[in-house]
Design a protein around this ligand. Sequence first.
Ligand SMILES: C[S@@+](CC[C@H](N)C(=O)[O-])C[C@H]1O[C@@H](n2cnc3c(N)ncnc32)[C@H](O)[C@@H]1O
Length: 212
Amino acid sequence: MTVHYDDIQAYAAAYTSPESDLLATINQETHTTLPGAQMLSGHLQGQVLMAFAKMIRPASILEIGTYTGYATLCLAEGLTEEGVLHTIDSDVRLRERILQYFSQHKRGKQIAVHTGKVLDILPQLSRTFDLVFIDADKKNYLTYYESVLAKLNPNGWIIIDNVLWKGKVLHEAGDDKLTKAMMDFNNHIKNDSRVVHVLFPVRDGLMVVRKK
Ligand SMILES: C[S@@+](CC[C@H](N)C(=O)[O-])C[C@H]1O[C@@H](n2cnc3c(N)ncnc32)[C@H](O)[C@@H]1O
């Protein structure tokens, strides 16, 4: 019997709790008004991120790549009462939209929105983190990973999106630089003795890393 990956993902989504009304609105408005809506984490992955955040109960979260704030709000569900979530995106056109979405969420006041390039904002963040979600600018994943690992508390977690890269990591990369970068990134983590890690085949692949 051959089972197709998309069918497994659809079945998993069907047996996963539904999105909140706010998440459903963000999902729907993103798809009807913006290009690149496939970037949004979406129902299944959003609920997975929410589950991780609720298990970890972080006091400090960093998200690299806000887009329309879908994953931000999923992660924020796990924040402690006094916790803070920092999220970074370079697209200034998204800022008002995400602030408006965040204002409708119970943890909205605990979210700090940074508009600018990751490499400009990261050095300005002096605090350490319990949970980091890396989801922007795939060619710089290795740089972001090393930068945030230095800011991660012991036993802190990093979740990295798109590590399956639409299945392209299973084959020779050839001249495809982004596929090669993702393969190199996955190998870097595999050989990194500072961490333990597990690759979840959810949507486009989530690498879940814990700092020893
Ligand atoms: C995949 S989307 C993020 C999706 C979001 N985390 C979610 O799950 O709904 C990637 C975002 O990263 C932003 N981005 C890309 N390169 C960036 C950079 N160098 N610095 C900051 N943001 C960047 C893009 O503007 C885009 O909104």
